[in-house]
Write a protein that binds this ligand. Sequence first.
Ligand SMILES: [Zn+2]
Length: 252
Amino acid sequence: MIKLSDKEIEKYSRQILIEKIGVKGQEKIKNSSILLIGCGGLGTSAAQYLTMAGVGKIKIIDSDEVELSNLNRQTLLFEEDIGNKKTVSLLKSLKKINPHAKLEIVNAKIQKNNIKKLLQNHKIILDCTDNFKSRYLINKFCINNKKILVSAAIQSFDVQAFALSPWKGKKNPCYECIFPNTNTNNQLNCDEMGIVAPIAGLGGVLQAILTINILLGIKNEIFREFLSFDCFNRNFRKIRIVKNPDCKICKD
Ligand SMILES: [Zn+2]
């Protein structure tokens, strides 16, 4: 494990001061490698906070270009970036936050024929995509290849976030245990629904904090918790989730 430099000890001193993190925890964060799929509202926010927290390696996958209508909720992208690849613009901003992090971008859309090549070397995958088709594909890959999946969904004033690892415990659910694959779901594209700006940030922030919890070695319970925030009525809830015994994807 690579130790922290003196500069890093100063830069991350406010995190190191926390007893649950300390120097050891910060070293775990520095030596971690995170894969992030999607540079929308969730992905830009999660990437920003994971970089700020001191994650040593981040790989980001997306194929879209920056559009004007992205800028109300996708952080670290600016008007000057319109028309450019989101990954390239995001990388430019992330490098300013942490020039020492190993940041890699891939301009691609996750599909059946490239998922293995793009995801296989990473233990923790953040699904920041905006459609069910990609989410089901990523879920299946994560189960078959024993990857931890950190997911979130955002819409209107609502945020949901959860971490999944169905292969780690008999009761742990997968994505399809929670959102079964129906024809209606498969057609939905979250990006076409309305959203208030800070909700996107909150979704990505929750994915970042769940990831940090996992890196620090939090117990198995985290994989059976569903965080649901209705920010219009200010209702914050943690709901217990368990494996669906009839789930076609993760049942033994
Ligand atoms: Zn399942």
